[in-house]
Design a binder for this molecule. Structure first.
Ligand code: NAP
Length: 254
């Protein structure tokens, strides 16, 4: 039996990397998916691919920093698919790499607006529809950066990702009695546009790979499989958790 049969899912950051891999996997597992990101063409190509493979998908080009995007995604889920069960709030950006005293306030705000406030605005719109349905599951893509690693130059990113853990814990506590679960997923280094931009040279990539116990980066599909588990009924008693799928980057010391 497909793990998400009959479920309706919103996936943000679906135009590339982890979000795109999750969209493909969730659709293969029976979910009807609403794909959200700014790059319309990439989303359309993905929804065409999912539909051609026999799945159901619709896309919404928008910026997660705008609450209107979150509202429109939920409206689309209701209109096209009749409700909402699952939200993978995954869109994110890295921001400038600079020591804290040289990080611009503008860049700080941009990263926090995208990674943390964008997720809050999404959840604000998603929760009422899940309550009306009698439950649901939210998953926020956090990171080991901000929980177990203080990488120099990444203050805004780390703060935003740590914030997502707090956000998911509070949502879990507030709505658990009404059947809503909320968790944070903490990937390790993953071979995506973001992962490659964080380690742009062969030397940098090899350094980052070496930080992981598995001595490699994750493929986006590996993180998508962890997201599938967390959002499926297989994780029905897991809520308020920060789940690492990080190849051991948090437990290695050289
Ligand atoms: P990616 O390939 O660069 O994907 C990032 C996604 O976020 C894209 O689909 C992008 O779409 C979307 N996005 C960014 N800003 C947006 C905005 N303002 N509005 C709407 N969508 C926006 O990188 P990824 O690695 O898959 O990243 C996915 C998540 O994993 C992020 O939250 C990231 O922080 C987290 N993560 C990544 C790693 C890693 O090593 N790669 C490790 C830990 C955690 P558009 O550009 O089309 O808007």
């Amino acid at each position: 039996m497909a793990q998400l049969a009959g479920k309706v899912a919103i996936i943000t950051g679906a135009s590339s990397g982890i979000g795109r891999a999750a969209a493909r996997l969730f659709a293969r597992e029976g979910a009807r998916v609403v794909l959200v990101a700014r790059r319309a063409q990439a989303l359309e190509a993905l929804s065409d691919e999912i539909i051609a493979a026999g799945g159901e998908a619709v896309c919404l080009a928008g910026d997660v920093r705008e609450e209107q995007t979150a509202a429109a995604a939920v409206a689309l889920a209701r209109e096209r698919f009749g409700g909402l069960d699952i939200a993978f709030n995954n869109a994110g950006m890295l921001g400038d790499n600079a020591p804290t005293h040289l990080l611009s306030a503008d860049n700080w705000r941009q990263v926090l607006d995208t990674n943390l406030s964008g997720a809050f605005l999404a959840a604000r719109q998603q929760i009422p529809v899940m309550l009306a349905r009698g439950g649901g599951a939210l998953l926020f893509t956090s990171s080991f950066v901000g929980q177990t690693a203080g990488f120099p130059g990444m203050a805004a990113y780390a703060a935003s990702k740590a914030g997502l853990i707090g956000l998911s814990q509070v949502i879990a506590a507030e709505y658990g009695a009404q059947g809503i679960r909320a968790n944070a997923l903490l990937p390790g280094g993953t071979d995506t546009e973001m992962g490659r931009s964080a380690a742009p040279t062969a030397e940098a990539r090899s350094f980052v790979e070496g930080l992981h116990a598995l001595k490699r980066l994750a493929e986006p599909e590996e993180i998508a499989r962890a997201a599938l588990f967390m959002l499926s009924d297989a994780a029905s008693f897991i809520t308020g958790e920060a789940i690492r799928a990080d190849g051991g980057v948090s437990i290695t010391r050289g």
